[in-house]
Design a protein around this ligand. Structure first.
Ligand SMILES: [Zn+2]
Length: 506
């Protein structure tokens, strides 16, 4: 059992069996992320965690909120169910087999009330401090920006110990602080960006005019849009509708698609300057410019968006928790992006955290691998784990994956990402050979069994033949005997006749 929490009192794991065989990569537990190397969680595991925040069915009946249902039939039926599954969350308890059968035959009104109680009890208030206590264990899987969000939430949970996150986020003191952060986003970065751009322009004067033009294109089309603007800001989404061009795909990019994670912005910007350095007539000056660009304020404080988004959309506590949990879910990353005609095939994918997926965005692996520390090792770590699952027959339907994804990565990274699959191929061949041997042995055993029964069958046939002959003989004997008896009768008759004649003569 790979569940991360030691006290999952409200969760029942009875349907989890081991050792297990995985049908596909999205269900593999404990798989390391191909991008950051930290463990990922399956959707199912995260749902278990989310369910653990739902009160048990027994505690629902202690809650005064449900007293108004006391006289209903629905209430007494659920109360009875609570005796059977006291610690299970109500929404899982009603899946009890007997109960679902019973449910179908209940009057419509009773069904409605049951559904109402279940819905109400599942939308319970979840104390922020309790959430923090459990989610803290996920921290090793979080990215830097998720840790930031987590730390901010933790501070709020400590400050308001009896409140839930949805309550905290709608407090005007909290809401206003984050709104102010977003509003001052541009003004707080503007002087720094201007200063760096000014210095770049000054240095650029040593470059030929065409290269100076290129510098200003980078500034206006890449740096300003990525640094100055507020991304994913629900308050501004409908105002400015400027359209940008994606520097990699050439496609038009709308506000909602802009990179918003720190590393994504950093790579998008730095790789443009780096590109210019490579073909510049004065690489020394360009190297200085590249150094300057590294000082740009790339960071977006995601926590402001996290909190404002939850408050504005009136998210429930469950939704807020899920927003955080789902960032570490095992997701499919297109190695060659769909926008570049990458397929949805297994061989075009790596398994990565949802937040790592967002971070890489559509940056080609050839460029991403230059900026993401440890990328090659992390991809290797994931593929090796998958390979060992395949050769131990614990992962089905993915035999071709390690070697085919190796090819995709080579192509997508211009040969920068080289995955070693030699030992996988060797182990795989051994496994196949072993299997073939096993099949041959079974075949031989089967032949021996068939031969054995064939022999038995033959001897039975022989015996049947003998017995048939004997019966035939007996039948023949019977016929002969009948004839003899008949003749004897005749003789007897003749003799008796003769006797009568003699008597008369006398
Ligand atoms: Zn990751």
């Amino acid at each position: 059992m790979n569940i991360i929490f030691s006290t999952p009192q409200n969760i029942s794991f009875t349907n989890r069996t081991s050792p297990k065989k995985y049908q596909n990569l999205s269900g593999v537990e404990n798989l390391p992320c191909a991008i950051c190397g930290n463990r990922m969680y399956t959707k199912k595991e995260l749902e278990y965690i989310l369910d653990s925040f739902t009160p048990s069915i027994a505690s629902v009946f202690k809650d005064k909120e449900f007293e108004s249902y006391k006289d209903t039939n629905a209430y007494s039926l659920l109360k009875e169910l609570a005796k059977k599954h006291p610690k299970t969350p109500i929404k899982n308890a009603v899946k009890d087999e007997d109960f679902t059968i019973k449910f179908q035959f209940l009057p419509e009104y009773t069904q409605q009330v049951i559904t109402e109680i279940v819905a109400k009890a599942s939308k319970n208030k979840i104390i922020a401090a309790n959430v923090i206590k459990k989610i803290e264990k996920l921290k090793p899987a979080f990215g830097e920006e998720e840790v930031d969000i987590f730390n901010a939430l933790k501070k709020y949970a400590e400050k308001y110990p009896d409140k839930s996150f949805s309550e905290i986020f709608s407090l005007s003191e909290v809401y206003q602080t984050h709104l102010e952060n977003i509003r001052s986003y541009k003004s707080s970065r503007f002087p720094k960006v201007n200063e760096i751009m000014e210095n770049i322009r000054t240095l650029g004067k040593q470059l030929p005019v065409e290269e100076q033009d290129e510098l200003s294109i980078i500034e206006n089309e890449v740096v300003r849009p990525l640094i100055d603007r507020i991304f994913f800001n629900p308050y501004l989404r409908n105002k400015n509708k400027e359209i940008l061009t994606d520097i990699y795909t050439g496609e038009q990019l709308y506000r909602e698609n802009y990179a918003y994670r720190t590393l994504t912005k950093k790579i998008n910007i730095l790789s443009q300057y780096e590109d210019l350095r490579k073909h510049s007539s004065n690489p020394k000056v360009m190297a200085k410019i590249c150094e300057l660009a590294k000082e740009l304020p790339f960071e977006t404080r995601l926590v402001d968006f996290f909190i404002l988004d939850a408050a504005k959309n009136h998210k429930s506590d469950r939704d807020i928790i899920w927003d955080l949990l789902s960032r570490v879910v095992n997701s499919y990353d297109h190695i060659i992006p769909r926008s570049k005609d990458g397929s949805n095939d297994l061989s075009n994918g790596l398994r990565v955290h949802k937040y790592c997926n967002e971070e890489r965005d559509v940056i080609p692996y050839s460029i991403f691998s230059m900026y993401k520390v440890g990328l090659n090792e992390n991809i290797q770590k994931q593929i090796s784990k998958i390979a060992s699952l395949i050769t131990n027959e614990k992962l089905l339907n993915s035999d071709e994956y390690p070697t085919s994804v190796r090819e995709t990565l080579l192509e997508a990274s211009d040969g920068r990402i080289i995955i070693d699959t030699d030992s996988f191929v060797k182990n795989y061949q051994n496994m196949i050979a072993k299997k073939a041997k096993g099949i041959n042995e079974s075949k031989e055993r089967l032949f021996a069994i068939v031969e054995h029964y064939r022999k038995i069958n033959n001897s039975i046939s022989e015996k049947i033949e003998d017995l048939t002959k004997e019966i035939e003989e007996l039948k023949e004997n019977k016929k002969t005997n009948k004839k003899l008896i008949k003749n004897a009768h005749k003789c007897l008759e003749v003799l008796m006749h003769e006797e009568i004649k003699l008597e008369k003569k006398i």
